[in-house]
Design a binder for this molecule. Sequence first.
Ligand SMILES: NC(=O)c1ccc[n+]([C@@H]2O[C@H](COP(=O)([O-])OP(=O)(O)OC[C@H]3O[C@@H](n4cnc5c(N)ncnc54)[C@H](OP(=O)(O)O)[C@@H]3O)[C@@H](O)[C@H]2O)c1
Length: 310
Amino acid sequence: MAPQLAWVGLGNMGRGMCKNLVEKGALATPLVLYNRTRSRSETVASDHGSSKTEIADTIGDAVKASDIIFMCLGDDAAVNETVDSMLHEDVRGKLIVDCSTVHPNTTNALEKKVTGKGAGFVGMPVFGAPAMAESGQLICVLAGSKESCDAIIPYTTGVMGRANICYTDQPAGNATLMKVIGNTFILNMVSQLSEGHVLAEKSGLGVDNLHAFISTMFPGPYAAYSQRMIEGDYYKREKPLFGIDLARKDARHAMSLAESSGAEESMKMLAIAQGRLDRVKDEIAERGDIPSVYGVVRTESGLPFRNQSG
Ligand SMILES: NC(=O)c1ccc[n+]([C@@H]2O[C@H](COP(=O)([O-])OP(=O)(O)OC[C@H]3O[C@@H](n4cnc5c(N)ncnc54)[C@H](OP(=O)(O)O)[C@@H]3O)[C@@H](O)[C@H]2O)c1
């Protein structure tokens, strides 16, 4: 019999991942939805219909009703708090999958706590922007016991994702270790793009000409973030796609890993990126998005934060 699935956390990433589970996950029963702010569950449920989704009033209800519980939440505190609530229920024989980006120590501690209660646990952070979650093009990084990972793989490639990186039979925290290191590439990429565009503007080449090079040479995330920078999306958007506090959390986790493994002296680019993320927060607070680093880098060279009037 197909397992009953639940999804906890309907933010920018969770919404798209749910959409693909519902549409392509071959679910035999409605996907159980839980989100701290109930209105988000209602919106997702109305998008998919009552034959495809069902709202749970509490995390406990979602857990009781389900065999596999996915979650995608903001940060370590949210994940710890949510798993503690899950563990008030009898979870023996169930499987909990965390798709959030958290510190590997958090993931390893969760794996110990959850498996200690007789449930399986998989760390499964994902790479890709919300648009990729929506289109089922994420890269899923899985770690945990083989039995637990095998139970999740049918919902990854071809459903929520386009590729998997599997650390089967390794500590669940190896998935978030990979994710945190991988995210340093994203943090440094937006800094690099910002510096390139500032130099293109100040030197007279012009950002459109540089963007043509970036799109040709580095299609994919470089081109997408470059586009959002030159269009002014980095300050115009009301609600961020990759909230600045999430990006700052990723930078903190990477720095903490560097410190605990004796690599902090080598993380010079990360330190610069981290300082710029903090300044985005000072400048535009919760509206800050990861490409808003462009605004900060512009001000470093005497340009206004905004690249367009209005
Ligand atoms: N955005 C990206 O580009 C991206 C890409 C890859 C991975 N990620 C990672 O994926 C995770 C989710 O990111 P997102 O962009 O979807 O974030 P988001 O849009 O800010 O959504 C966060 C979700 O977590 C919930 N939440 C936050 N604090 C909570 C708490 N204390 N208790 C219960 N629920 C809580 C929120 O519930 P409410 O609706 O009630 O606020 C919401 O459902 C993060 O770990 C992020 O680093 C993000």
